[in-house]
Design a protein around this ligand. Structure first.
Ligand SMILES: *Cc1c(COP(=O)(O)O)cnc(C)c1O
Length: 354
């Protein structure tokens, strides 16, 4: 062995499949089934290619300004990045520098342990209860000494939403740690913990354009926190790469945020489809935690997760499945258009008859 012993070895995060075949019904990575806001398309036509010779704005103007206006939060309290994965990764690097473990649930976004491994941050996974619910008291520093907390609300891949009051208790009980709230799915019926940034200096709220704003391909994520916290985050980011977001994403992201009516309409359509599909899945013998996200985490009462996953895949319907302890019988099904969900339900109805 030569240089290989010096390599930073990691087991990477495995993203859901992106099939080349456009005929696949893609319900495996929680993308939005509808296109981005119409204004995005208009601006795309007007973008001036000559401007690509310049570096993008370091503060991501006009995106930062559009977010500031939409959420009524000053720009000093906003951080943006290349998808929330980039924002979360920078937050790990910035805030999780203690020798004490960062804590998060055993069943949650599977990137949380990957970043901890990458940055050599100790971590501890706390089991969800038998109904896949978070026992919030486990996250109080007096019960689990920690160097940071990260919780997804709604939790992925489970889908359940917990009231902001419970998140607030975790923040209160961790005065010496940063609590990150990953709100990737907050726009599908949950309530954001955003107001807490004015009450506590140890909370970072992270959101994304990838799910509710139909811009996964543009890679835009953002976070809210008190000024001091955001300043530390920016210091680390500027020590890493000053120009992470590209000009196109910054400009298109800004107009996407400005189209509130379209955003609300899309989210409401997805919520309506989700509620209908819940009823249909129940009739077919599936059970699932009640979801407030754009997916349902469902298990059939007789057929294994693996079997249904493969049958769906062969039929050109992709969902997500993990061969992992506690969840191997579950399928995470993204909410697509009504037509896509009709095809899914239609297939399952025939398949499960056999
Ligand atoms: C999808 C997702 C993200 C990352 O989204 P980006 O595309 O990087 O913005 C972060 N957290 C959770 C829980 C997610 O499901």
């Amino acid at each position: 062995m030569s240089w290989e012993s010096y390599v930073r070895k990691v087991t990477p995060y495995v993203p859901g499949e992106q099939p080349k075949d456009k005929n696949i019904i893609k319900l495996n990575t929680n993308e939005c089934p509808y296109p981005p806001a119409p204004k995005v398309r208009e601006l795309l036509k007007d973008l001036k290619y000559e401007e690509f010779k310049l570096y993008p704005d370091t503060e991501a103007y006009p995106l930062s300004k559009a977010l500031s206006e939409y959420y009524h939060v000053s720009e000093e309290k906003i951080f943006v990045g290349v998808g929330s994965d980039d924002v979360l990764s920078m937050a790990y690097l910035t805030f999780f520098g203690s020798d004490k473990p960062v804590i998060f649930p055993d069943i949650t976004y599977s990137f949380y342990d990957v970043w901890a491994e990458l940055y050599r941050i100790p971590y501890k996974q706390i089991p969800l209860d038998e109904n896949f619910k978070i026992n919030f008291k486990d996250y109080y520093s007096e019960n689990t000494e920690n160097g940071g907390v990260i919780i997804a609300n709604p939790n992925a891949p489970v889908g359940t939403f917990e009231p902001v009051s419970k998140i607030e208790e975790v923040i209160k009980h961790n005065p010496d740690s940063i609590v990150i709230v990953d709100e990737a799915y907050i726009d599908f019926g949950g309530e954001s913990a955003l107001p807490l940034i004015d009450k506590y200096d140890n909370v970072l709220i992270v959101q994304t354009f990838s799910k509710s704003r139909a811009m996964a391909g543009m890679r835009i994520g953002y976070a809210f926190g008190c000024e001091k916290l955001i300043k530390y985050l920016k210091d680390v980011k500027f020590s890493f790469n000053s120009y992470t977001m590209n000009k196109t994403a910054i400009e298109l992201g800004a107009v996407a945020v400005q189209d509130e009516a379209y955003f609300k309409e899309t989210c409401n359509k997805i919520i309506a489809t989700r509620e209908r599909v819940k009823g249909e899945l129940s009739e077919l013998g599936f059970t699932f935690p009640d979801s407030k996200a754009n997916f349902i985490f469902a298990k059939h009462n007789t057929v294994s997760g693996d079997e249904i996953f493969n049958a769906l895949k062969n039929a050109g319907i992709y969902v997500r499945h993990w061969n992992k302890d506690r969840i191997s019988d579950y399928l995470r099904i993204t909410i697509g258009t009504d037509e896509e969900m009709d095809k899914l339900i239609g297939f399952l109805r025939e398949y499960l008859k056999k």
